[in-house]
Design a protein around this ligand. Structure first.
Ligand SMILES: [Ca+2]
Length: 208
């Protein structure tokens, strides 16, 4: 009997038995957002209703929102909005790990709508309608998770931009972490004695 024939007989006898004893394992579940899709290396892929989106977080203390926007544009990107809580959680957990044990804020691609610029929270200017995403990709209101009583357009109706507050603890200076707050686009947290809320990062985003 040739070696090939013996191998064939073994395969016929053994492989079905193996399959009965060891049923095929289901393929590993892929985690949402895990694939990098068509994004460049270092940019995180997300699938939005409007299509594919690539996000990258950059770290710089005390940067203003307009400067952060300019920096994103160097990468052919723009400040990124948050389509949903999956994107928000990615940003919150990534930044929290990076800056731990410090705390801070992250610029998000969002702007107060013009008809809400001179008012606080009203029926017309609510948590859902006061702001809009500026990245030309994020849609809807799933990403609008505001901290308590925000967006309030405080400090003389000067809060035209939005930040995510990040910390390994539940709140920073009375602001719940992992949630949005509206602030001035050039607000200086350190000068205003809010060092623990200083800007630490900004999110850039672009289509692949
Ligand atoms: Ca506010």
């Amino acid at each position: 009997m040739s070696q090939n024939l013996i191998f064939l007989l073994l395969a016929i006898l053994v492989v079905p038995g193996y399959c009965i004893i060891m049923p095929q394992q289901p393929p590993p579940q892929s985690c949402p957002g895990e694939s990098n899709g068509n994004c460049e290396r270092g940019w995180k892929n997300f699938t939005r209703p409007s299509g594919e989106w690539c996000m990258k977080i950059f770290y710089e203390n005390s940067i203003t929102q307009p400067t952060a926007e300019q920096h994103c544009q160097k990468y052919d990107a723009t400040l990124s909005g948050l389509q949903n809580q999956m994107e928000a959680q990615y940003v919150i957990s990534t930044v929290t790990r990076r800056i731990y044990p410090e705390t801070g804020s992250v610029w998000v691609g969002m702007a107060r709508r013009s008809f809400c610029q001179t008012v606080g929270l009203t029926e017309d200017c609510s948590w859902a309608t006061s702001f809009q995403w500026t990245d030309k990709s994020a849609t809807g209101t799933d990403g609008f998770e505001w901290t308590c009583n925000q967006p309030d357009n405080a400090r003389g109706r000067s809060q035209q931009c939005g930040v995510l507050t990040v910390s390994s603890q539940g709140s920073v200076d009375g602001i719940q972490t992992g949630l949005l707050d509206d602030v001035g686009c050039e607000f200086d947290f350190i000068k205003n004695d809010k060092k623990e809320r200083d800007i630490k990062a900004y999110i850039c985003g672009k289509k692949p």
